[in-house]
Design a binder for this molecule. Structure first.
Ligand SMILES: Nc1nc2c(ncn2[C@@H]2O[C@H](COP(=O)(O)OP(=O)(O)OP(=O)(O)O)[C@@H](O)[C@H]2O)c(=O)[nH]1
Ligand SMILES: [Mg+2]
Length: 248
């Protein structure tokens, strides 16, 4: 991780949306748990309307840009002779690869709104304008919670479009705020209907994760879920840079 002091670490904000009881708070526990923030109290702040859990995320700079090989005269493709140090160019390549993938630390705040408390509209709008990514949560045992996600998404998306994209209408094109869809209570599902074409994840062209929020291995290192989460958080940080929140 890059050697940065805490005051230089930026923050990305992720909003969790879902009906009451779908598992937003248990999911936030899983998402925010890390070696640096192992206990609930070490990573949580809250007020009347929401609780926020925070964790560190390593964002790869120059992602998607493989280092370009640098041909020396001895190792040039046009030359058949070999360098006197056969591994010298490989070492240089490896060093450049490491620096090309420098990891930049970010704080990620997960905003878990309390369903029982209705936040005043002005507060809600201010929060939504500063959001860099949205996690839509539904209960796999109750597909109405899935179908209602469209309604829950409308207002935050409208605010983000208006204040981050400078557009009045919500856009659900390729360039919308990063969204991840999560179906919970996989452990309690009797019959599996896991390939729903036309689901909200399909409509939004986003990734979907189905999991058990009570299983601490649901985001185990190198798992597919962890890869999807990592990609989503990287996209949220990209969004933060391309469409920065205005001071309000
Ligand atoms: N078996 C199982 N239980 C779950 C899972 N996710 C959540 N629960 C349980 O479902 C209940 C509701 O979970 P919460 O995380 O509190 O739900 P919430 O969305 O935060 O609810 P509100 O705060 O009321 O909006 C709790 O009893 C959880 O333990 C899951 O994946 N599997
Ligand atoms: Mg909750």
């Amino acid at each position: 991780m890059a050697d940065q002091t805490i005051k230089h670490v930026s923050t990305a904000r992720i909003l969790l949306l879902g009906e009451a009881g779908v598992g937003k708070s248990r999911l936030t526990d899983l998402l925010a748990m890390s070696i640096d923030t192992p206990t609930h109290s070490s990573r949580t702040v809250g007020n009347l309307w929401w609780s926020v859990q925070v964790r560190l995320h390593e964002y790869p700079s120059n992602k998607g840009m493989p280092p370009t090989p640098e041909w020396t005269s001895a190792s040039s493709p046009s030359s058949s002779s070999h360098s006197s140090e056969p591994f010298a160019s490989f070492k240089g390549f490896r060093d450049r690869a490491a620096s090309a993938c420098e990891m930049i630390p970010y704080f990620v705040e997960f905003y878990d709104l309390k369903s029982s408390m209705r936040m005043p509209r002005e507060h809600r709008n201010r929060l939504f304008r500063n959001i860099d990514g949205i996690i839509l949560v539904y209960d796999l045992l109750d597909m109405r919670t899935h179908d209602n996600l469209h309604d829950l998404l409308y207002h935050p998306l409208r605010q983000i479009c208006r204040y981050r994209h400078n557009r009045l209408r919500p856009i659900l094109s390729r360039h919308h705020v990063p969204i991840l869809v999560v179906g919970t209570k996989l452990d309690m599902l009797q019959s599996r209907r896991l390939h729903r074409s036309g689901g909200i994840a399909y409509q939004l062209s986003t990734d979907e994760i189905l999991l058990n929020c009570l299983d601490t291995d649901s985001f185990a290192e190198k798992s597919r879920n962890e890869a999807k989460l990592r990609k989503f958080l990287n996209n949220a940080i990209d969004f933060k840079h391309f469409f920065p929140a205005r001071r309000n």
